[in-house]
Design a protein around this ligand. Structure first.
Ligand code: NAP
Length: 290
């Protein structure tokens, strides 16, 4: 018997999208501004194309201008850097997103760090990472931002006294997630492939965020009864999307659980678009209640 409350990420994302759409309308009507997002995709990675299409579709639905740059696999580093520098100067472009991973001949760090930090809607530049880790206002990475919203929907706004375990230490999810949860007063353990006693650590967690990309890794015996379990993992197996969590088993133990798909994924997209609005407001010196 399933006891966990299943967190409907799509519904929560749709609600956030309504707020964004209304902000876009206010920007249009009061300030004659339409927020703009440049999306750069290099190469033919199939999953990346699907992710980019999702982001662009959602942006268009919300009234955000999209400037797509779909570039061939053999795009040169210098040409990509030139394009980003041009977009940094373009007043109609409030946000710039470079879909990762980039083809291996490109220097990912150099390219990401060319993006103006004020337009870095993924929050991946060293400037935004530094600001996040020093608890200053910045454009925060969208997946951990979305996960935090889901956790607060389950456990309320005050997360102090909670023990959180983050599984995975990537630059895009695990590390910023751990940093955000520390800022939110959780006691945080960050686990990765070299960690020992993973099961024991997980079993103590009130909040368990898994971002490792290993389908079904989190079984019921890794989960504390009543815990809030957030499954960030997305792995495509035979055309099906699978999370890191064994949903059927864990739903009997957890207090709250996100499904895959329909959990974290939709939140990631709307949080990136919320960053685009935040960037647009800041670039135009507009204070709008969010
Ligand atoms: P990544 O860069 O591949 O990093 C994976 C992390 O998991 C690494 O830190 C790795 O440890 C750790 N790891 C792998 N196997 C492990 C194991 N058996 N035990 C403990 N740790 C293990 O991944 P990512 O970019 O963060 O993505 C993680 C997953 O989330 C993927 O499935 C991805 O598709 C998904 N994702 C979803 C969204 C969304 O919107 N829902 C957004 C981004 C990513 P080491 O560092 O030691 O190698």
């Amino acid at each position: 018997v399933s006891s966990a409350v299943i967190i409907d990420g799509k519904k929560i994302a749709d609600k956030k999208a309504l707020v964004i759409a209304s902000q876009v309308r206010t920007l249009n009507s009061t300030y004659s501004i339409t927020p703009g997002l440049s999306v750069i995709l290099v190469g033919s990675d199939q999953a990346s194309h699907i992710y980019v299409e999702n982001k662009m579709r959602r942006a268009k639905e919300l009234g955000i201008n999209i400037f797509p740059h779909i570039l061939p696999e053999d795009t040169k580093q210098d040409d990509l850097i030139k394009l980003i520098k041009f977009l940094n100067q373009d007043k109609e472009v409030n946000g710039i997103l470079v879909q990762l991973p980039l083809p291996s001949h490109l220097n990912q760090n150099a390219i990401i760090n060319t993006i103006d930090a004020g337009k870095d809607v993924d929050g991946f530049t060293v400037e935004n990472v530094g600001l996040l880790n020093s608890w200053q206002d910045c454009l925060e990475p969208s997946t951990p931002q979305g996960v935090l919203i889901l956790i607060k929907k389950c456990l309320g706004h005050d997360l102090s006294s909670k023990k959180a375990v983050v599984l995975g230490r990537s630059q895009v999810v695990g590390r910023p997630m751990a940093s955000i949860l520390v800022r939110e007063n959780c006691t945080v353990t960050l686990l990765h492939s070299k960690s020992i006693n993973i099961a024991e650590e997980c079993k103590n967690a009130d909040i368990l965020v898994s971002a490792i990309g290993q389908p079904g890794f989190i079984k019921a015996d890794l989960v504390k009864k009543g815990a809030c379990v957030i499954d960030v993992g997305i792995t495509r197996v035979d055309g099906k999307l699978l999370g890191d969590v064994d949903f059927e088993e864990v739903s009997k133990v957890a207090g709250f659980l996100t499904p895959v798909p329909g959990g974290v994924g939709p939140m990631t997209v709307v949080c990136m678009l919320a960053n685009t609005i935040k960037a647009c407001l800041k670039q135009n010196n507009i204070l709008l209640k969010i």
